[in-house]
Design a protein around this ligand. Structure first.
Ligand code: NDP
Length: 322
C-alpha cells in the first residue's frame, strides 16, 4: 500500500511516499480502506520531534473509510461498514489498522470527507466548552486562531453554550470566516494588540475563558485578557512551545485557572468516545455544526499540506485523499 512515512524528525520534506506491506488486522483490530484523512497540527509536532515519537512512523491521527477485513474476536464493525476514528497514529496511508473499539460508526448521511474533517477537531471543540470549561449563557470568551480547523468549530460550540465569542485571526479573509461561524467580535491580532482590544470590548472586565491554541506568541498576553478567576485553556502551540511559566502569575493576575487538556483524556474509554463522537456527528448530520473543508491534497502531497498549514495559509480543515 502507498503510505507516507517519517524516518527522521524535520521539516515537511521528511514525509515521503513509500510502498509498505499491506497490514493485517490482529485480534481486536480492523483494516480500513481510507477514503479521507484528516490533517491536524499535532501531525506537525510529531513530525518535527516536538512530541517525541518512535520512528519510523506513518503520521496522521484521523481518517474515515470502509472496513475491508477484521481480525479475530471482532464482532463489530463488519467488513463493508463505514467508520471514522481519531487520535490514533498511522493514518497517512491507503489502509489503516484500527482497534475495533476505537471506531465510530458513520451514519449514511455523513460523507467520508465530512467525517474525516470533523471527528478529531469536532470532539475537541465539544470537550473544551462542555467539560474543560463548561460555558454558561452570558459568558464572554476569547478564541484564538478562530478560522482554523478547531477554531471554526470552537466558535460554533461556544455559541451553542450561549457564550459571546471574541475571536482572533490573522487576515481579513479569515475574519470573514470567523464571523460566518458566529463570532461576535473579531480582532486581527496581527495588526492590533489583542489584550487592549479585549479590555476595550469588555469595558475593562476581561473574559471568563481564553481558548489558546497558538501557544508561545499568545500565552502570556492571554492571561492578561481574563477576568478574576477566569480560565486559560491552553490546548495547543502552533506558534511554538510555551516556556518559563511561573504559577505565581496566576495569583498576581486574579486567581486564574490554567489547564492544558488533550483530547485523549476526554475520550479515554469506548463509551465516552462514541458518546462524544455521536453528538458531534449528529450535529453535522442535522446541519447544527458546519464543517469547512478548506483544502484537499492527494496523499502523496502531504508535505505540501503541512507547508500550508504551518504557513498559516489554510482556513478550516485540511484533508488528504488517498
Ligand atoms: P489550525 O487550522 O488552527 O492551524 C493553526 C492556526 O494557528 C493557523 O492557521 C494560524 O491562524 C494560527 N497560528 C498563529 N500563529 C501561528 C504560527 N506561528 N504558525 C502557525 N500557525 C499559527 O490547526 P488545527 O485546527 O489542526 O489545530 C489548532 C490547534 O489546536 C493546534 O495548536 C493543535 O495542536 C490544537 N489541538 C489541540 C487538541 C487538544 O486536544 N489539546 C486537539 C486538536 C487540536 P491565524 O492565521 O488566524 O493566526
Amino acid at each position: 500500500m502507498k503510505a507516507i512515512q517519517v524516518q527522521r524528525f524535520g521539516g515537511p520534506e521528511v514525509m515521503e511516499l513509500h510502498d509498505l506491506p499491506t497490514p493485517t488486522p490482529g485480534p481486536g483490530q480492523v483494516l480500513v480502506r481510507q477514503m479521507a484523512i484528516g490533517v491536524n497540527f499535532i501531525d506537525v509536532y510529531r513530525r518535527t520531534g516536538l512530541y517525541q515519537v518512535k520512528l519510523p512512523e506513518v503520521p496522521g491521527m484521523e481518517g474515515a473509510g470502509t472496513v475491508e477485513a477484521v481480525g479475530a474476536e471482532v464482532k463489530s464493525p463488519r467488513p463493508g461498514d463505514r467508520v471514522a476514528y481519531a487520535n490514533l497514529p498511522g493514518t497517512y496511508a491507503e489502509l489503516a489498522v484500527i482497534p475495533a473499539e476505537r471506531t465510530v460508526a458513520l451514519p449514511g448521511r455523513i460523507a467520508f470527507e465530512q467525517a474525516a474533517a470533523v471527528i478529531l477537531q469536532g470532539m475537541t471543540a465539544h470537550y473544551l466548552v462542555y467539560d474543560t470549561c463548561p460555558l454558561q449563557k452570558g459568558d464572554v470568551v476569547l478564541v484564538h486562531a478562530a478560522a482554523g480547523g478547531v477554531g471554526l468549530l470552537l466558535v460554533q460550540t461556544a455559541r451553542m453554550r450561549g457564550a459571546t465569542v471574541v475571536a482572533t485571526v490573522s487576515t481579513a479573509e479569515k475574519a470573514g470566516l470567523a464571523r460566518d461561524a458566529g463570532a461576535h467580535q473579531i480582532i486581527l491580532y496581527t495588526e492590533k494588540d489583542f489584550v487592549a482590544e479585549v479590555r476595550r470590548l469588555t469595558g475593562g472586565a476581561g473574559v471568563r475563558a481564553v481558548f489558546d491554541s497558538v501557544g508561545k506568541d499568545t500565552f502570556m498576553k492571554s492571561l492578561d485578557c481574563l477576568s478574576p478567576r477566569g480560565m486559560l485553556v491552553s490546548f495547543g502551540q502552533s506558534s511554538g512551545k510555551v516556556e518559563g511559566f511561573d504559577p505565581l502569575m496566576l495569583s498576581a493576575k486574579g486567581s486564574l485557572y490554567l489547564t492544558r487538556p488533550v483530547l485523549g483524556h476526554y475520550v479515554a474509554d469506548t463509551e465516552s468516545l462514541r458518546r462524544r463522537a455521536g453528538t458531534v456527528l449528529g450535529w453535522v448530520a442535522r446541519g447544527t455544526l458546519k464543517v469547512r473543508i478548506g483544502a484537499k491534497f492527494p496523499l502523496a502531497d502531504a508535505a505540501e499540506a503541512h507547508r500550508q498549514l504551518e504557513a498559516r495559509k489554510t482556513a478550516g480543515k485540511v484533508l488528504l485523499i488517498p
